[in-house]
Design a protein around this ligand. Structure first.
Ligand code: FES
Length: 365
């Protein structure tokens, strides 16, 4: 409220609360640090979790078994969390699917593949130990196991396998579901060991059809291959998770079959910006609410560039799903990394985590 509109008493109180001496009391970060020092499982902002176990899945994939505190709100198979880690004094956030269904002991799992050159997955593999703490967001996302008794088709490719592992576990527990699961991966030796789960699940998943597609030998899996393998696919509620191109093809297959409501998908960015002179250009980004300015290149998302400049825009998944990072762009040109669309419309909503600057920008941030 404008100080001029307040009574003298309220004005005095307001000025007192803004005093530099009391600033730590008004700083949520300071409160978080105090709570964390008293008990690492305490937080008002996010959900600390202790690492209970680390399981090697493949040479480059590990499952981290986590025990969250009592405030953990629970999750559903298929959802993801954003993990916050501090590396060299910088807080970095990455979204990971939860790779296990909700359990009675409330443990969670994330399965992380080491990505060449990626700081967070590399740090999780190299530095995180049993007993350490991780900070998690609340679970998010609407990519969920279907309710009802229809048969279910699970299609996963690459790291899209992680939410599907959780769904399979959930369906196994429910006990009366028939399902088909197609898992696409480059080569056999990279199979995550949890793929053994279907054998254990068979007695309860009465009809589980399993197809493992190795693209290095059999070529790229596409919608045609799916229709050949599972001719009655349209009778199945489909859940697909993988690169954008595959997911789009299978969605189109369901649209063409007249049953688009039977498919839900989640995709990750299958597109890497090609090195070009345009990507190296840095553009000025003006934030009209906070009057802050930062520079952004087309090599990194606007969210990442804003954080690198010390801003803290609201965000969740960081992969273009939750829309927490959505903000209005007053002017300028951005590229959407999911769709490849380049847009210069004024006053349009953009998602910072999947947008890069292609010109100077003005954002309502
Ligand atoms: S952070 Fe979820 S859409 Fe950007």
């Amino acid at each position: 409220m404008d100080l001029a509109l307040q009574t003298p008493r309220k004005r005095k109180l307001s000025q007192l609360l803004r005093s530099p001496w009391l600033r730590p009391l008004n700083d949520p970060d300071a409160w978080e640090q105090i709570l964390g020092a008293l008990n690492p499982m305490w937080s008002t902002r996010d959900f600390p979790a202790r690492v209970l176990a680390i399981v090697e899945q493949t040479a480059d994939s590990r499952t981290f078994v986590l025990q969250p505190g009592r405030r953990w709100p629970g999750h559903r198979a298929g959802q993801h969390v954003v993990v916050e880690v501090e590396i060299d004094g910088r807080r970095l956030h990455r979204s990971f699917s939860l790779s296990a269904a909700p359990r009675a002991d409330r443990t969670l799992e994330i399965t992380v593949k080491r990505q060449p050159g990626a700081r967070v997955s590399g740090w999780l593999h190299d530095s995180l130990r049993v007993g350490d703490m991780l900070r998690l967001s609340a679970p998010g996302g609407g990519f969920l196991t279907p309710d009802g008794d229809d048969p279910v088709l699970l299609l996963s490719a690459g790291s899209g396998i992680t939410p599907v592992m959780a769904m399979l576990e959930e369906m196994h527990r429910r006990g009366n579901r028939s399902a088909a699961w197609c898992s696409c991966m480059p080569v056999a030796r990279r199979r995550i060991s949890s793929l053994r789960a279907p054998a254990a699940a068979r007695p309860r998943l009465a009809e589980l059809q399993l197809q493992v597609h190795h693209s290095a030998q059999a070529g790229r899996f596409d919608a045609g291959a799916l229709a050949r393998w599972l001719p009655h696919y349209r009778d199945f509620q489909a859940r697909t998770c993988g690169p954008r191109a595959l997911v789009a093809e299978v969605e189109q297959l369901y649209r063409d079959a007249g049953v688009p409501q039977r498919i839900r998908s989640e995709s990750y960015l299958g597109r890497v910006l090609p090195p070009s002179a345009a990507n190296d250009l840095a553009h000025r980004v003006h934030c009209s609410k906070t009057e802050q300015v930062f520079t952004a290149s087309a090599r990194s998302s606007l969210l990442g560039e804003a954080e690198a400049a010390g801003l803290r825009p609201a965000h969740g998944c960081r992969i273009g799903i939750c829309k927490t990072c959505q903000c209005s762009k007053r002017s300028g040109t951005v590229e959407n990394l999911r769709t490849g669309e380049i847009s210069s419309e004024p006053d349009e909503l953009i998602q910072l985590c999947i947008s890069v600057a292609r010109s100077p920008l003005e954002l309502v941030l």
